[in-house]
Design a protein around this ligand. Structure first.
Ligand SMILES: CC(C)(COP(=O)(O)OP(=O)(O)OC[C@H]1O[C@@H](n2cnc3c(N)ncnc32)[C@H](O)[C@@H]1OP(=O)(O)O)[C@@H](O)C(=O)NCCC(=O)NCCS
Length: 429
């Protein structure tokens, strides 16, 4: 494949993601280590690119190594306990000074923006302000944390107004009490609280590692909040903040490496991503169906069969094919389902449905991702779907229309010409 064609193919493959992300709100956590990394210029360029693609962006920054070295130069010391710095009144001015400098550097970097496209970045408005109301962390186990605080409230109205005006919002890990006191707050905590408060579509955290890794050191592409043991985490470490914000309603969190050039774009614009994606549904369960789910599946799909959106399936058929089904169960109710039937190296995605009360919350997408994962585990090359009314949903997710002759032979003989469904195929290669 020539370089040019590869480029064209990549661009085509990313178009569903470009459309999906436009108008969405992402909170991006930039730790002080990320800012200090030599790859940071590329990260800024990619952030500006997201802005140009219509993504609403809130950037929350930290400055731990920058504060450490500033204090060292000043011959000052500070104590960090359980990952939290004790902010005495003596070191607070230094912290404020460093955070101000980092903010100004970030504003400069964002104004410089994308290499080769300076005209866009010159139009970018970056705003910052008193977005965080804080309260003192207080005295923990006899230790006074002085001006180290915790988030009391996020000024969501101000942030959202700035986003509506097309600005990139920069949030410092600093908050103010109603009495005018200043508090230094964990930057990861601020990022998580902001993502939760503004109902971000994505919370992206840049970390040292490539993502969450398994026992063999391999990056885990996807986790659900239920998979993460909170006991094993420090309160303000990125994974803990990502988990917490997902539980509180953020659709997806992503942990990606700050030293891996292009990780942000790979995570957002390719199917497998670059790091670890964490999704919620803590009170919902996505799992293989069992015989107990037959009644729930029938209840879900019967109205769609009656409207002719789906082919009618008898109870007996569903019972006999129940293991092919994946369901999302919420408090015992089946709110979404999908089935996968392998035909040689191809798999048919069928019976994809979400209860009308639960639509538009990414459950369909979650099921599709799950089915694709299963298909890959079965070493299938592609999945296909036959549909009469949902073509766009599938094409927006990477399916391409094909002639019915593209169906596997054994499936072609079952094709209902009267129904005249269209065929869409998605390659898993
Ligand atoms: C298609 C369906 C499964 C999506 O379920 P879901 O849980 O709402 O899925 P998601 O939340 O991931 O996707 C919702 C998005 O798809 C869009 N969508 C829904 N139906 C669509 C359709 N027929 N064509 C194009 N887009 C559609 C929604 O407007 C929403 O878009 P937005 O987020 O940009 O606002 C659900 O609408 C459904 O059950 N439809 C009836 C059954 C059906 O058509 N099944 C597929 C044929 S086998």
């Amino acid at each position: 494949m020539s370089d040019t064609y590869q480029h064209v193919k990549w661009f085509r493959d990313s178009s569903p993601y470009i459309n999906a992300h436009r108008g969405k709100t992402f909170v991006v956590y930039l730790s002080g280590d990320a800012i200090a990394d030599e790859n940071f210029t590329n990260i800024v360029g990619d952030i500006v690119l997201l802005n140009s693609l219509g993504v609403r962006l809130v950037l929350v920054y930290g400055a731990k190594p920058q504060i450490d070295s500033h204090l060292e130069i000043q011959n000052m010391t500070s104590v960090i306990t359980n990952g939290i710095r004790i902010t005495t009144p003596e070191i607070l001015p230094s912290i404020q000074q460093v955070l101000g400098k980092v903010r100004s550097d970030l504003e400069a970097a964002l104004s410089r923006g994308v290499v080769n496209a300076p005209e866009h970045s010159s139009d970018i408005t970056v705003t910052s302000g008193n977005y965080i109301k804080a309260k003192p962390l207080g005295i923990i186990e006899g230790r006074d944390f002085h001006n180290t605080g915790t988030v009391r409230k996020v000024n969501t109205d101000s942030i959202c107004k700035q986003l509506d005006n097309g600005a990139i919002v920069l949030v410092a890990p600093i908050g103010y009490s109603p009495s005018g006191e200043v508090f230094n707050i964990s930057s990861a905590e601020v990022a998580g609280e902001v993502a939760t408060a503004i109902h971000a579509d994505k919370f992206i955290l840049f970390i040292r590692e490539s993502g969450v890794v398994d026992a063999d050191g391999k990056v885990i592409n996807e986790l659900q909040v239920n998979d993460i043991d909170p006991q094993s985490l420090q309160p303000y470490e990125p994974l803990a903040c990502a988990r917490k914000s997902c539980i509180k309603g953020v659709e997806r969190s992503h942990l990606i490496s700050y030293s891996n050039d292009g990780a942000l774009l790979e995570e957002l614009f390719t199917r497998d991503g670059a790091g670890t994606q964490i999704s919620r549904f803590s009170y919902e369960q996505i799992r293989t169906a069992t015989a107990d789910d037959v009644a729930g599946i029938i209840e879900l799909i019967q109205p769609l069969e009656a409207d002719g959106i789906m082919v009618k399936r008898s109870r007996e058929l569903i019972e006999s094919e129940i293991v092919q089904f994946t369901v999302i169960a919420r408090d015992g109710m089946i709110v979404s389902c999908a089935a996968l039937y392998p035909f040689g190296k191809q798999g048919e995605l069928a019976c994809l449905a979400t209860h009308p009360d639960y639509r538009d919350n990414n459950r369909g997408e979650l099921l599709l991702t799950h089915v694709e994962k299963t298909a890959k585990e079965l070493t299938l090359d592609s999945i296909f779907v036959l549909t009469t009314q949902t073509a766009h949903w599938f094409t927006e997710r990477g399916f391409v229309e094909a002639d019915v002759s593209g169906l596997p032979g054994s499936r072609q003989s079952l094709y209902n010409y009267q129904r005249n469904s269209k065929l869409f195929i998605k390659s898993l290669a």
